[in-house]
Ligand binder design. Structure first.
Ligand code: PEP
Length: 262
């Protein structure tokens, strides 16, 4: 269902009235985690001022350590809903448990399945039945074929509104948290009709690489980028080192706009 044999033309997925697909470049930004109403609103306003048309923010955080901040849960979803009302930006947020799909779908415009859950087939089927578009991140140890099969699980449940997100894979290289597999963008586009965006923040884990990797994403023809922003990265409860400040986000937006789409 996700292959170009089934559907030769590349697809556009609409999220709260915003297109993601071949005729546009979609800029998504927001905090890694929803920490408070004030922090989320400030981050969303920074995103909007820089030209983002969708906001991200995690209310459920899948963390490597069980002792790390796990997200605000339903209270975080309520904050996201109120920030959407205040800013007009549709919301992309992660769901980590199939049982939470209905409540997340109630508050979000797009459901994200993160790298750690790419092969959680029960969750994929649940988001396939959610009635919401899905952002499917690549598993950090998944091949492109396995990733496309994960998308197939969602599509098979009747949901073809799936956007793929390359967010880096595990390699032997320690300079970055993960290695952004930029070649995945044209490889996926040759095989699948689904839109594909890039997450340079989670790939690198370092904010100094976010602009160069975003330029790389545009150069290979990605359909958008999703980046972390925080009003005070030093105090962030999650992934502060990769979060941009408002002025840096504006520089990113300018850098991205200087390159014509491939
Ligand atoms: C995220 O986008 O908040 C996230 C945790 O990303 P990933 O699943 O790619 O690590």
């Amino acid at each position: 269902l996700v292959s170009r044999q089934h559907h030769p033309d590349r697809s556009t997925v609409w999220v709260g009235g915003v297109p993601i697909g071949p005729d546009t470049f979609t800029f998504i930004a927001g905090p890694c985690a929803v920490e408070s109403a004030a922090q989320t609103l400030e981050a969303a306003e920074m995103a909007k001022a820089a030209g983002a048309t969708l906001m991200r923010g995690g209310a459920y955080k899948p963390r490597t350590s069980p002792y790390a901040f796990q997200g605000l849960g339903v209270a975080g979803l309520e904050i996201l809903s109120s920030v959407r009302e205040a800013t007009g930006l549709p919301v992309v947020t992660e769901v980590v448990d199939a049982r939470d799909v209905p409540v997340v779908a109630e508050h979000a415009d797009m459901l994200q399945v993160g790298t750690r859950n790419m092969a959680n087939f029960g969750l994929l089927q649940a988001v396939g039945e959610s009635g919401r578009p899905v952002l499917l991140k690549r598993g950090m140890t998944a091949t492109i074929e396995e990733w496309l099969m994960a998308a197939e699980y969602i599509a098979q449940r009747g949901n073809l509104d799936v956007v793929l997100c390359e967010r880096g894979i595990r390699t032997f290289e320690p300079a970055t948290r993960n290695t952004l597999d930029i070649s995945a963008v044209p490889v996926v586009q040759a095989t699948s009709h689904l839109p594909i965006i890039v997450d340079p923040s989670h790939a690198a884990g370092r904010k100094d690489l976010v602009v160069p990797l975003s330029r790389a994403a545009i150069a290979v023809g990605a359909d958008g980028v999703i980046v972390d922003v925080h009003p005070d990265p030093e105090t962030a409860l999650c992934d502060g080192p990769q979060a941009l400040l408002g002025n840096e986000l504006r520089l990113l937006a300018q850098a991205v706009r200087q390159l014509p789409p491939a």
